[in-house]
Write a protein that binds this ligand. Structure first.
Ligand code: ADP
Length: 664
């Protein structure tokens, strides 16, 4: 390393020599010591030293010099070499010069003449030490600045990465949203594609269940088809429910209902199931349970059905117990339940079944999870508990489970509910089977619009025995033409159809209707506005508002139950039916009793009518048979219905057999 330089400046040779000599002696060869006899010379030396890459640590200058004075020189040096330290040799009276040098040249020290060598050397050594420290500091500072710059660069790179990652994430979120939307659309489509044919399967099997002409084996087969269809529907609904939960599209739908009736229903249902399995079912209810409550009844029912079904399914012997108690608002501490009507219902489903192993219990609420033992019972999908927990949490409750392998499981959950008045409960009419219209009811014109032949057939077969005037259309365009010419009282409108879908058709009908109303001077309104009820296979609640917005009066979801169709028609058309009571239904399924009552009914019909029916049956003239059936009085609807069923099943031979029975 090149030694540091010290420049001594003074015009008096003796002083300059003694000065440099003292320095050389005390500092050894560690420093290069230069002497300059004037300020100008000193500047030259400094310039040379700098040019040859040498560092000048210290300049010691006399003050009084001819030409450039000491303070003037030091100011110049400071301007050009700010790092170099400066010391000035002064007389006592040179205060002004010292002051100038201190302020403008950052004078490090001044040494009064005559100086003592020790003082001089101490001051110079101290100055050199200071210089070295400052240089070291400067170097450290430089390193720090470099590090800082690197840090800033890293920071900038990091920020860039964060921005890129945020962008990627945003794109991923958008992609996920698109995927979610695609999934929802896929679900809506699948829902339609699966539920539509299922509607036909369940509908026809229900229709056939009522048929009196089936032998016991056929009846059992139909029951199997129906049960399997219902099972398939449950599976589809489970998968759809879970997808809806995952897509955040499941909503709470609270209604007022009679809690005790609700529990009675469940108790009856599970009593039967437990009896079938040969286990005991106990329903232990707190006697102070509220009667009328508000909650999401459908979800609560599904939760209890899932848990009780599991209890029964996984309990080969012993019992399943359902316990229900409640806690009113005074006993509840949660702030959200402070309303005086708030109540918390506690449910406990305990079984003495196979239980769940400790290493499996934490996962059982995850979708598609089944325990090793659970998998052995080939039923189930592992979705029930996942849906159950989501529903409970949506309703504001919590579920826990305790279980011991081999000795049974206990599921406990609570849900908040509100108490309501008896007057706020909507009493639902029991689901009875309509078999005919009451006397003096108008013959209503019903248009069935569906692109699928089998779906139209299902409604036609349900409605024709009752005595409606029916027409069918396979798309919206056809429906419009029939509507304009025929003015039906009610349209059953499938929403998804090619050419012109149910929404478009409904909108168009409503548009024309309101135009007719506006121009009523020019037109006479032939009819009150047609009631339009949509039939949808979608399970998405949003669809309801779309259906209503299109102008439909109501909607029915596929798969529908026969009584729903009749109830809706009664509600909108104001018609009344004759219903087949439950007991009669089962009694009439007895073939002997049935045949007797058919013969009785036949005997009240005029002989000419019977002869004509016989003739029509022999020549398989279905139109004529239906005309004759329409003359059967409503009080003998069983006969009308049975004959219609036989014609529809191409069994005119059975009509002939029946008539021949009356002759024999
Ligand atoms: P699934 O019953 O359709 O398989 P769940 O989600 O309802 O689906 O249940 C998941 C699994 O949890 C079951 O397959 C079974 O292994 C276990 N499980 C649920 N309830 C019980 C119970 N009461 N006793 C024993 N195991 C049960």
């Amino acid at each position: 390393m090149t030694p540091l330089a010290i420049v001594c400046v003074g015009d008096e040779c003796i002083i300059l020599d003694s000065f440099t000599e003292q320095l050389k002696r005390n500092l050894g060869n560690n420093y290069e010591i230069e002497a300059a006899e004037s300020g100008e010379k000193a500047l030259e030396i400094l310039a040379d030293l700098q040019e040859s890459g040498r560092e000048v640590a210290l300049v010691i200058s006399d003050y009084i010099m001819p030409g450039m004075k000491g303070d003037e020189l030091l100011i110049k040096i400071h301007d050009q070499y700010p790092k170099t330290l400066k010391i000035m040799l002064t007389e006592q009276a040179d205060i002004e010069g010292v002051d100038n040098a201190v302020h403008n040249a950052k004078l490090y020290r001044y040494i009064a003449k005559p100086w003592a060598e020790t003082d001089l050397i101490l001051t110079v050594k101290e100055a050199l030490h200071r210089y070295n420290q400052e240089q070291q500091l400067a170097r450290q500072n430089e390193t720090l600045q470099q590090l800082n710059a690197q840090l800033e660069q890293l920071n900038a790179q990091l920020e860039q990465k964060v921005t890129e990652r945020t962008l990627e994430l945003q794109q991923a979120v958008i992609a996920a949203e698109v995927a979610n939307k695609a999934k929802s659309e896929f679900l809506a489509n699948m829902s339609h594609e699966l539920r539509s044919p299922l509607n036909t399967i369940l509908g026809f099997s229900q229709l056939m269940q009522h048929s009196l002409s089936l032998d016991p084996q056929q009846k059992e087969n139909i029951n199997i088809i129906n049960r399997s269809g219902e099972h398939l529907l449950r599976l589809i609904n489970n998968v759809l429910d879970l997808s809806k939960i995952e897509a955040g599209r499941m909503t709470l739908n609270e209604t007022n209902f009679h809690l005790i009736d609700f529990l009675d229903d469940l108790e009856n249902m599970f009593q039967l199931k437990a009896d079938e399995r040969g286990i005991q079912f106990v329903c232990d209810r707190n006697p102070h349970l509220p009667q009328y409550v508000r909650a999401d009844r459908v979800k609560l029912r599904q939760i209890l059905i899932n848990l009780l079904n599991n209890g029964i399914k996984f309990t080969p012997e012993g019992s399943v117990t359902l316990k229900i108690k409640n806690q009113n608002s005074r006993e509840i501490n949660y702030s959200q339940h402070q309303s005086p009507n708030a109540n918390l219902l506690y449910f406990e489903i305990e079984d003495t079944g196979i239980g769940i192993a400790p290493d499996e219990i934490h996962n059982i609420f995850e979708p598609f999870t089944q325990t090793k033992l659970g998998k052995k019972s080939s039923e189930g999908t592992g979705l029930g508990l996942a849906i159950t927990r989501s529903f409970i949490e949506m309703m504001g409750g919590k579920i826990t489970v305790n279980s011991q392998k081999g000795s049974g499981s206990t599921f406990r959950f609570n849900i908040p509910i509100s108490l309501v008045d008896a007057k706020d409960i909507e009493i639902k009419a029991p689901m009875r089977r309509a078999i005919a219209l009451e006397r003096n009811q108008p013959v209503c014109r019903i248009l069935i619009v569906d692109d699928k032949w089998e779906n139209r057939q299902l409604l036609i077969k349900m409605l024709s025995p009752i005595g409606f005037d029916l027409k069918e259309a396979s798309n919206g365009k056809e429906a419009m033409e029939i509507w304009e010419l025929w003015q039906p009282d009610l349209i059953w409108m499938d929403v998804r159809m090619p050419i012109m879908d149910g929404y478009e058709t409904t909108k168009e009908i409503r548009r024309i209707q309101s135009k007719i109303l506006q121009d009523k001077d020019r037109f006479t309104i032939p009819h009150s506005p047609t009631v339009i009820i949509a039939i949808t296979a979608s399970t998405f609640e949003e669809e309801e508002s779309v259906i209503v917005a299109a102008g439909c009066d109501d909607f029915v979801r596929k798969p529908f139950r026969e009584p729903i169709i009749f109830e809706k028609m009664a509600q909108f058309l104001g018609i009344r039916y004759i219903y087949q009571e439950e007991e009669t239904l089962s009694r009439k399924s007895d073939t002997n009793v049935c045949e007797t009552s058919l013969l009785e009914s036949l005997s009240v019909m005029p002989q000419t009518w019977i002869d004509e029916l016989y003739e029509a049956a022999e020549s398989i003239n279905n139109d004529r048979i239906f005309q004759l059936i329409s003359q059967i009085p409503p009080s003998h609807n069983l006969l009308a219905q049975t004959l219609s069923d036989w014609v529809n099943q191409f069994r005119c031979d059975r009509i002939i057999d029946l008539i021949e029975c009356t002759i024999n």
